[in-house]
Design a protein around this ligand. Structure first.
Ligand SMILES: [Zn+2]
Length: 339
């Protein structure tokens, strides 16, 4: 994928190595944790060597352009990264945040429920089950897979362990969390009934915001995000699975405006982490003084108009912070009666 390695991305790599801009970022902190370096691309299995781009906390594959988190975390390190603070039972965000999250999942379920053929829906990486419940409320059978949660419709299993026929398999911001995302996607394609739809939303690692914020980009989220995907890697892979890509959106995947606001706020003195500041106190990674939180929130309000403008530009350029894809398995051709 030649366009996955544009000059802009290369210069980002050099800037990372020069230092000061990345000081004290989560990415830099993670890159110093004790774990073996990634030895191969999590997307295409290419063995890393000196031809790949060794960035802070990740290696960009010379063959496919996808970056893999490096060091490669152990299961214990990942469990610690998903510890209770990430998704406490009381909800992740203060005030309106969790309500907004529920409403957007509800809108997604509405849309998919309308366009999908009859049959159950599989949500891979279901989180707290908000999307699954939205389908169930609409009278559609739905199962969520989630190793870090439990619930009436949630199973602790990998997608590779699932069989049967499904009207949709959904990876809503979950593919990037998997150790073998390409294998998961290939198996998901085999689960689709004729006319069934694969739905994928992931951060877009070649978006304008990813380039603008480099190591501080909100959606790097090391080490939980193990692979950093881009449209030139994802779209041909999905088509190679025999699916027809019917919709690509650089807005529908969510978190696009937030990515910009978060990035602008993080450039201020003290590098406030807006994502941490809006979480409920029990869901925060670091403890900040109320004044520092207020500073982050006030900065976010000021940054919002600029973030909206930047979002409009990157969505128009089809280079938005997330990519959302719907791809359909062709219905079986109707049998023509033999004359
Ligand atoms: Zn690769």
């Amino acid at each position: 994928m030649s366009n996955a390695k544009s000059p802009a991305i290369r210069s980002e790599g050099r800037r990372n190595k020069s230092g000061s801009l990345t000081e004290s970022s989560n990415t830099l902190a993670y890159s110093r944790t004790r774990a073996p370096a990634a030895v191969q691309c999590a997307w295409c299995d290419h063995r890393f060597d000196s031809t790949d781009d060794h960035l802070t906390g990740r290696v960009r594959c010379a063959r496919c352009g996808v970056a893999t988190t490096s060091p490669w975390p152990s299961d214990e390190q990942l469990s610690a990264a998903y510890a209770d603070w990430y998704r406490p039972k009381s909800g992740r965000f203060s005030g309106l945040g969790d309500k907004v999250l529920r409403r957007t999942r509800s809108a997604l379920a509405d849309r998919l429920h309308r366009i999908l053929p009859a049959g159950p829906v599989l949500d891979v990486g279901a989180g707290d089950g908000t999307l699954v419940e939205a389908f169930v409320r609409r009278g559609r059978e739905a199962v969520g897979l989630e190793p870090h949660a439990s619930g009436p419709h949630i199973r602790n299993a990998e997608v590779e362990e699932v069989d049967g026929n499904w009207s949709a398999v959904i990876f809503w911001h979950s593919l990037e969390h998997l150790r073998q995302p390409a294998r998961a996607l290939s198996h998901a394609a085999t689960l689709l009934s004729p006319g069934g739809t694969l739905v994928v939303a992931v951060p877009n690692a070649t978006s304008l915001q990813a380039r603008a914020f480099g190591d501080r980009w909100f959606a790097l989220d090391l080490p939980r995000h193990l692979v950093h995907l881009s449209p030139p890697a994802l779209l041909p892979k999905i088509e190679a699975l025999g699916l027809r890509v019917e919709r690509v959106s650089y807005m529908r995947g969510g978190q696009v405006v937030f990515g910009w606001v978060h990035g602008f706020v993080g450039k201020l003195p003290g590098h406030p982490d807006l994502y941490d500041a809006i979480r409920r106190s029990e869901a925060r990674q670091a403890t900040h003084s109320p004044v520092f939180r207020l500073y982050a929130l006030a900065a976010a309000v000021v940054a919002l108009p600029v973030a909206l403008a930047a979002t409009a530009v990157e969505v128009a350029a089809r280079s938005g912070g997330t990519i959302y894809i719907e791809a359909r398995r062709e219905p079986a051709p109707e049998k023509v009666p033999v004359m």
